[in-house]
Design a protein around this ligand. Structure first.
Ligand code: AMP
Ligand code: ZN
Ligand code: FE
Ligand code: FE
Length: 294
């Protein structure tokens, strides 16, 4: 059974609808897929219905934008109650920040001589609850300013480039606690992706986060070299954290992230579900069910 626990749909910055994504997951031979849009759970119901129809498993999740001692950290949350008010309030704050950022990025692009408008960007994010830089990139592609998202990031949108704008993110420890209180489990996404060696989270950081309720580490991800994966796996094993692997699929929006390019071992998935069931029971919240594969 091939299990992929990190994907994005058009509800955030992927290019598939949740239904298309589930169909693509089945076509790719996956038995279980998790939908983890950035800061949004709005695709859950559609994805679950599609998964029941095609007979594969579906884990409802999301990828939260957080920060920890000055670093940006992406946190995957799975199987929590999406109506839990403190988490809901944080997500609304993040989404507000994402929305407000669009006009700032457009203004910076205009200053750089690129004639793009907020409406051009909105036209690329009509299905998205969570707007992001990839939608700005898509607008630039449409205008013929760049060839693809990669080029848009490279020239304009990445940190240090002329149209980069930061945005609000939640504090990591508090967010891990909130996901637990909401009856779910939290896994750090691509923990060493893109960060320089000096600013990487270390074993003692992961131990501290585990004490706050962290359940796992996404070890197998395209942003990690084989050496990084080996080191992270050793840390996870040492601490008793669940090891996951995933594609971080964005449809056509991100190259080299095809569905199933990395997967989660069945025993680790079983452990994740076990810990999610324990978290749900301890929380007293009404949590969603994973769709199980037929
Ligand atoms: P944001 O959440 O708005 O800050 O945008 C970050 C998103 O942009 C992440 O989900 C990445 O997957 C995506 N991203 C970052 N770099 C690139 C790139 N070079 N090409 C396509 N997508 C990218
Ligand atoms: Zn993304
Ligand atoms: Fe991420
Ligand atoms: Fe992601």
């Amino acid at each position: 059974m091939r299990i992929d626990l990190h994907t994005h749909s058009r509800v955030s910055d992927g290019t598939d609808t949740p239904t298309e994504l589930v169909h693509a997951a089945r076509a790719a031979g996956l038995g279980v897929v998790a939908l983890t849009d950035h800061d949004a759970t709005d695709g859950w119901a559609e994805a679950a219905a599609a998964a029941r129809e095609v007979g594969i498993g579906l884990v409802p999740g999301l990828e939260l934008s957080t920060h920890y001692h000055g670093r940006g950290v992406h946190l995957l949350g799975y199987l929590h109650d999406p109506t839990y008010a403190p988490l809901r309030a944080e997500i609304d704050r993040i989404l507000g920040g994402r929305d407000a950022r669009v006009a700032h990025m457009v203004a910076k692009l205009n200053e750089s001589g690129v004639a793009v408008t907020v409406d051009d960007v909105r036209a690329e994010s009509t299905d998205a609850v969570s707007t992001g830089r990839p939608h700005v990139a898509d607008a630039l592609v449409k205008l013929g300013v760049v060839a693809d998202r990669d080029e848009a990031f490279e020239h304009y949108l990445s940190w240090g480039r002329p149209a980069f704008v930061g945005r609000y993110a939640s504090e990591l420890v508090q967010t891990i606690r909130s996901v637990s209180e909401a009856g779910g489990v939290a896994v750090i996404a691509h923990p060493w992706g893109r960060s320089g060696e000096a600013s990487r989270l270390r074993e003692e950081d992961f131990a501290a986060l585990q004490a706050a309720g962290l359940t796992g580490l996404e070890v197998d991800h395209q942003d990690h070299s084989p050496a990084m994966r080996a080191d992270l796996r050793a840390i996870a094993t040492n601490l008793g954290l669940v090891v996951t692997g995933s594609s971080d699929y964005h449809g056509l929006g991100k190259k080299g992230h095809d569905l199933g390019v990395n997967t989660t071992a069945p025993d680790q998935f079983a452990l994740l579900l076990e810990r999610a069931a324990a978290s749900a029971a301890a929380s007293g919240r009404r949590t969603p069910e994973a769709v199980l594969p037929r």
